[in-house]
Write a protein that binds this ligand. Structure first.
Ligand code: NAD
Length: 735
């Protein structure tokens, strides 16, 4: 047995080598320069040793590997900048190209070394790790539900640059390959086999043997595409079949990305060009695109926010260090309605005991039934067993008696959004719980500091703000009231971590963080409508800017009446100057005159016909006093307005101290309301544009559209000093 640092390497009596990837200092295998070096030595050894017939690669951990170390890739970018300054752009580019294709060349060497390689995969095998498996001549996956293969690089603005685009496109029909590469989905074992991505699926303890057997039985050391007479699954690019594929592929790319994702464009180009070339040249084409994308602003922004920062936050970057880990076991949820029922489900799903309370047992039981339904859906899809459902349901105790809360470690209330009701509930809960129990409110609009005033223990009072639908939305805002203490924060963060969601910690403010930005987006859509911009253009501008839905659609989802209610509450608290009369008039007409409340009554900015797709309500035109001619409207400006207004609100939250760490605004904006992910989030949008350019853009929009575009002082200062949000945060940390 030869031992490497990251692999165990042994050869059995049949002459079949087994390389078990098992990094000592990491819980999950990742591709690092050292791993690449050792893998290279393994390839040399297998190829050069006549006694070795072939090699199986597997993992010694619960997962195969998550892929390349993104910090390593980020480091390459920094090295590029340094070289460009020192030796010029060309030398830097050459270095970058050579470095960024090392993995691709290594895999190709493995594929063409003359000995068969097989991958025996259990657990997640993603990105660069799955590209390794794809370079092997045979792939067997464990039949365990947690096993997943896929190329999710696009989700952080990258694309598979170690042969993934070329091998996938030679394994399946081009349309399917493009779809898989565009989406970056993680694929379950049987599906992977059906798609042609794997050769076999076997029980976990048999995958290595199955891979060895394949080698023993004479498995070929030549990839299909290196064999004579290989035919592309969808025929040649320039063929009648090819012409059925490429024009629609282009259209689908535009529809799905609005041309905002250079990495997805690079996939399209790599596959299109690569399929016209032999493998080695095709890989070179892929490498060129990869080097280009790796240096792009979009990749830098997305890696930073959606990988590095998100991981930091998930691991508890904001957790007070000196509070020992909390031992959460039992959680109370008060209010078994729309939100409470879902909170109970995600909590029980994480293994906690849950006491679910409502005004009467029937209501509490109805809330529990939601978990029954969700688990039954999982069973139907084959993702859970009846026993899992029974166990989860057994953890939820529906009740109307507050005394059941007596041994809870955390209580979360999700009762009606009414300060009076909340105050009564707080009093009842506090009479029942242990003195060290933490109390959290899921309120969306009521300031936590105000609610905490009705509590006997404001230090243990905190906001845990979920987003709907709770089961799907990954973000949770944790809101610190003025007096909230560190133990409450630590408990809230430990809880959010346990339910596997991403927390951001914000200081108390009306609308906290996410909803403030969302309201700005919706407001801009409303004002465009009152200016006379056709509704279709408004919605299209939202989507082209990279938002998941247009502002009018979004308002329909949350309720047009809720918009009006919030507007009135804002005026009641902050006065007339805090609202815009045109918006009030629009919403009053829609809600009070037309009875259009949104999706919930099938009438909002859109009509929602039974059984048919929604369509914009034709009556909107009648509400426009001065309809504008579509051809005179500057689409680019509409897009800018929709993003700038949200970014400005995010900047204000920093100025007011609501957000104290830019990572939280960025992660929160993408996870919470889908802020154009290619920007890296609402503050990265400003940072990457440069605060000076952003302030100039605000000035232009302010002159044309009003003072809501006036940049706050923090941005004026940053524009003058050249600082960025991340630069300020780094300086603050260093100080
Ligand atoms: P809901 O009306 O669906 O549910 C409220 C539940 O609380 C009902 O089941 C009701 O019977 C129960 N309840 C009312 N008074 C009670 C009392 N005194 N004791 C026990 N139970 C009582 O409302 P919802 O949409 O689930 O909202 C609940 C909370 O969550 C609100 O504070 C809301 O602002 C917040 N929130 C809602 C959303 C959303 O999208 N709906 C999102 C985030 C936060």
């Amino acid at each position: 047995m030869t031992n490497f640092t990251n692999f165990r390497f042994e050869v059995d009596g049949d002459g079949i080598a087994l390389a078990t990837w098992d990094m000592a200092d990491r819980s999950m295998n990742v591709i690092t320069p050292q791993v690449m070096e050792e893998l290279s030595q393994i390839v040399d050894k297998v190829a050069g040793d006549e006694a070795i017939k072939g090699c199986v690669i597997t993992s010694g951990k619960d997962s195969f590997s998550g892929g390349a170390d993104l910090n390593m890739l980020q480091g390459l970018g920094a090295e590029y900048e340094r070289l460009a300054k020192e030796k010029g752009e060309e030398a830097a580019m050459q270095f970058f190209f050579d470095e960024s294709r090392k993995l691709s060349l290594l895999y190709r060497r493995l594929e063409t070394c003359g000995k068969p390689f097989a991958a025996a995969v259990h657990g997640v095998c993603l990105g660069g790790a799955f590209e390794l498996a794809l370079a092997c001549h045979y792939r067997v996956l464990s039949d365990v539900d947690s096993t997943r293969v896929g190329l999710p690089e696009v989700k952080v603005g990258l694309f598979p640059g170690a042969g993934g685009t070329q091998r996938v496109a030679r394994l399946m029909q081009t349309g399917d390959a493009l779809q898989m590469l565009f989406k970056g989905d993680q694929i379950r074992p049987l599906m992977a086999r059906n798609m042609g991505l794997a050769h076999a699926v076997a029980p976990r303890d048999q995958i290595v043997q199955a891979a060895k057997d394949w080698i023993k039985q004479g498995g070929s050391a030549e990839a299909p595409w290196d064999q004579k007479g290989f035919k592309l699954p969808s025929n040649k690019v320039y063929s009648a079949a090819g012409m059925q594929i490429w024009p629609p592929a282009n259209a689908i790319y535009r529809r799905e990305t609005q041309d905002n994702h250079p990495a997805i464009y690079a996939i399209l180009e790599s596959v299109y060009q690569g399929l016209q070339l032999p493998m080695d040249l095709a890989l070179k084409v892929e490498s060129r695109w990869f080097a280009k994308i790796l240096r792009s602003k979009v990749a830098a922004a997305m890696i930073r926010t959606l990988f590095v920062s998100m991981q930091d936050l998930n691991k508890g970057a904001r957790r007070p260090k000196d509070v020992p880990p909390t031992s959460l076991k039992k959680v109370g949820v008060i209010g078994a309605g729309f939100m409470g029922a879902s909170v109970a489900y995600v909590t029980a799903n994480a293994g906690f005991e849950v006491v679910l309370i409502d005004r009467d047992v029937e209501a509490a039981e109805k809330g529990k039934a939601h978990s029954h339904k969700l688990m039954s859906d999982q069973i139907m899809k084959g993702r859970a067993k009846t026993a899992d459902r029974d166990a989860l349901l057994a953890r939820i105790t529906p009740s109307a008696g507050y005394s059941d809360l007596k041994d809870c470690d955390l209580v979360i209330e999700a009762v009606f959004e009414d300060p009076q009701v909340k105050a009564e509930v707080i009093a009842k809960v506090e009479a029942a719980i242990r003195p060290d129990c933490i109390f959290a409110s899921n309120t969306s609009t009521l300031p936590i500091t105000g609610l905490a005033k009705t509590s006997k223990n404001a230090g243990q009072f905190i906001g845990i703000h979920f987003f709907s639908p709770v089961e799907k939305m990954m973000l949770v805002e944790i809101i610190m009231g003025k007096e909230t203490g560190e133990k409450a924060l630590a408990t809230a963060l430990d809880y959010v971590r346990a339910i596997k969601k991403t927390p951001i910690v914000v200081n108390d403010s009306r609308g906290f963080f996410a909803n403030r930005c969302v309201l700005a987006y919706i407001l801009e859509g409303h004002l465009m409508l009152t200016e006379g911009v056709p509704a279709t253009m408004i919605e299209q501008a939202g989507k082209q800017a990279g938002m998941p839905v247009g502002p009018l659609s979004l308002n329909d989802e949350v309720g047009v009446d809720l918009g009006l209610k919030i507007l009135r509450a804002t005026r009641a608290q902050l006065g007339d100057a805090a609202i815009i009369p045109e918006q009030e008039q629009l919403l009053t007409t829609l809600v009070e005159k037309e009875g259009r409340l949104g999706r919930k009554n099938r009438k909002g900015f859109y009509d929602y016909p039974e059984g048919g797709p929604k369509r914009l309500w034709p009556g909107l035109k009648g509400l426009q006093v001065n309809p504008a001619a579509a051809e005179l409207i500057d689409m680019q400006e509409l897009k800018q307005r929709l993003l700038v207004t949200q970014a400005l609100e995010a900047a204000r939250t920093v100025e007011e101290g609501v957000i104290t760490d830019p990572r939280e605004a960025d992660v929160g904006s993408i996870l919470g309301f889908g802020f154009a992910p290619y920007t890296g989030g609402a503050l990265s949008y400003i940072d990457f544009m440069g605060p000076k350019a952003f302030v100039e853009l605000c000035g232009k929009l302010q002159a044309k559209h009003g003072d809501r575009f006036a940049p706050p002082k923090i941005l004026l200062d940053m524009a003058a000093s050249g600082e960025t949000f991340y630069g300020r945060a780094a300086a603050k940390k260093a100080a």
